[in-house]
Write a protein that binds this ligand. Structure first.
Ligand code: GLN
Length: 551
């Protein structure tokens, strides 16, 4: 019988429900259990795919091509779960499904209502990830208790506990216990109120995770336990762990959260440990080297807009025992101030994915700076497209070169709309999405990073390198190093006469984990360290790490 953990939040949002859900997943895996994770988002958008990254941060792409909330990235980075389209539902997607059924007459003339129709639909979504091979599913409810839009989800998870038996579900509530500087006091009242709201919704939390600035005293824990009707040992404190988010599972384990969950759910455990994670954390906290790279993007002001990317950079650092400082550069600033002013001194330049024209010329100038100064460059999706536009203009002499995304009538469309995209009018979920196989050319730096010729990576784009320019590019020194299995689509490109200038049409950041850094990030950071060390660009070959090789 699969068990369920429901993670809710109270007092304020942004307490880290996603990171805590992921951490619980890791702790249970470390005890030999198989977990899956799921997130419910209370907003009305059907998925975050069409939302601006300024609104809701990164859109995380799953293997099966769902455009999902960024918390799913935490789930995959912390655990072995491979999330899919059933792991993220929104109010919009729930209503969309119910209204579609209503239009088809599936409710047989009944009045369709929030209870039971919407709540039944939510419970149906919970069951979609409840497969016999999974011991525990962790379901995160976005937003906080008390939000109008969270109510149907709270009602559904209350009912679900009743449906499957209370002993098969565990309610974990994440809350804030603030320290008031002026009063020099830690306050428990907001938590009491949040738990009271949860109880009004019919749920008694089993575990409270209290976010706080400093660890809570035993006395305070006892007070929270009494007032919130939770066992004292199940009141867990979680002080801020920045910058080492990967420490959260360790903090939770120190307070015995894995045992509490296992006992309360009556789980049988067998083997497993946290050693690999702890070793990773040691490496992360004790770097031997350091370097600085620049990320040139257009949503730089919003940290979570590039969540997986920044994490993957940290992973690349872990693989090289290095701390990596990231200079966040607004692409438009490169346009106004120039590349030297914005990028001078960095040891690597990364241009990530993106959409729309704003900042494009700044990204193109950044790629040029990296190419001409022989600074390691990693171009991801739009970062590949900008590098090819730059190369066409300045190395191949095609001054008018552009992507048809930015100039429909360019005389040299080096980047153009994918054939399969022509005629698509709907915006949501219609890009080339999810995992695609890719074949790598031996002898290239891309191949050297992976150490294998067949790989699979996740995509999210509508535009692609125009094959008409393949020969011309190659004759000027930019070669195609990866192709779709049909050979029709160029998936990776690199410069022949440059220490490390690698561009990919896919998003490697979605598959990088702290304990399994992605090979491209590993090699990119290694190239940056070489550049740092030698002050000049030389690419050192070194044995490939089997553990970091991914297929
Ligand atoms: N806008 C580009 C495209 O659709 C790049 C997309 C991306 O970087 N994810 O192809």
């Amino acid at each position: 019988m699969t068990k369920h953990i429901f993670v809710t939040g109270g007092v304020v949002s942004s307490l880290g429900k996603g990171l805590n859900s992921a951490s619980i997943g890791l702790l249970l895996e470390s005890r030999g259990l198989k977990v899956n994770l799921q997130k419910f988002d209370p907003y009305v958008n059907v998925d975050p795919g069409t939302m601006s990254p300024f609104e809701h941060g990164e859109v995380y792409v799953t293997e099966d091509g769902a455009e999902t909330d960024l918390d799913l990235g935490h789930y995959e980075r912390f655990t072995n779960a491979v999330v899919n389209k059933n792991c993220n539902f929104t109010t919009g997607s729930i209503y969309y499904s119910v209204i579609t059924k209503e239009r088809r007459g599936e409710y047989l003339g009944k009045t369709v209502q929030i209870v039971p129709h919407i709540t039944n639909e939510i419970k149906e979504c919970i069951r979609k990830v409840t497969t016999p091979d999974v011991d525990v599913v962790i379901h995160e409810i976005g937003g906080i208790v008390g939000d109008i839009e969270s109510q149907p989800f709270l009602e559904a998870i209350r009912q679900f506990g009743l449906d499957v038996g209370r002993h098969n579900v565990l309610y974990v509530h994440l809350t804030l216990v603030p320290y008031l500087r002026a009063a020099d006091e830690v306050k428990t009242k907001p938590t009491q109120h949040a738990v009271s709201l949860l109880r009004q919704a019919g749920m008694q939390p089993d575990v409270l995770i209290c976010r706080c600035e400093k660890p809570l005293s035993q006395e305070l824990k006892a007070k929270i336990a009494l007032f919130c009707n939770v066992e004292k040992e199940a009141v867990i404190d979680e002080k801020d762990v920045k910058p080492y988010l990967y420490e959260i599972p360790i903090l939770l384990k120190k307070q015995g959260l894995d045992n509490i969950i296992i006992n309360k759910l009556g789980l049988k455990t067998d083997g497993g440990n946290l050693q690999e994670w702890e070793r990773m954390l040691e490496r992360l906290k004790n770097p031997k080297y350091s370097t600085e790279i620049a990320v040139v993007g257009k949503y730089i002001a919003h940290r979570s807009a590039y969540e997986s990317l920044y994490e993957a950079i940290i992973h690349g650092g872990i693989a090289n025992e290095a701390s990596v400082e990231v200079r966040r550069v607004e692409a438009e600033e490169v346009e106004s101030k120039g590349a030297e002013a914005c990028l001078g001194g960095v040891k690597g330049i990364l241009v990530p994915g993106g959409f729309g024209e704003r900042g494009i010329e700044g990204k193109i100038a950044s790629a040029r700076y990296a190419r001409e100064k022989k600074i390691p460059y990693l171009g991801i999706c739009l970062g590949l497209q900008c590098a090819t536009i730059e190369f066409a203009r300045n190395a191949c002499g095609l001054k008018e070169a552009n992507s048809t995304e930015f100039d429909k009538n360019t005389s040299h469309p080096v980047i153009s709309l994918l054939e399969e995209q022509k005629g698509i009018k709907e915006m949501g979920g219609t890009m080339r999405l999810g995992a695609q196989d890719c074949l790598l050319e031996t002898g290239t730096k891309t191949y050297a990073a992976y150490g294998q010729d067949k790989i699979s990576e996740r995509h999210r784009h509508r535009y692609e390198f125009n094959n008409d320019y393949r020969e011309l590019f190659s004759s000027h020194g930019m070669i195609s190093s990866g192709f779709s299995p049909s050979g029709k689509l160029v998936e990776a490109m690199e410069l022949r006469d440059h220490p490390w200038f690698v561009c990919v049409q896919f998003h490697p950041e979605f598959k990088s984990k702290p304990i399994r850094p992605h090979p491209l990030f590993r090699e990119f950071i290694q190239a940056a360290l070489t550049f740092e060390r030698e002050g000049k660009p030389t690419h050192t070959e070194r044995p490939l790490q089997a553990s970091a090789t991914r297929g």
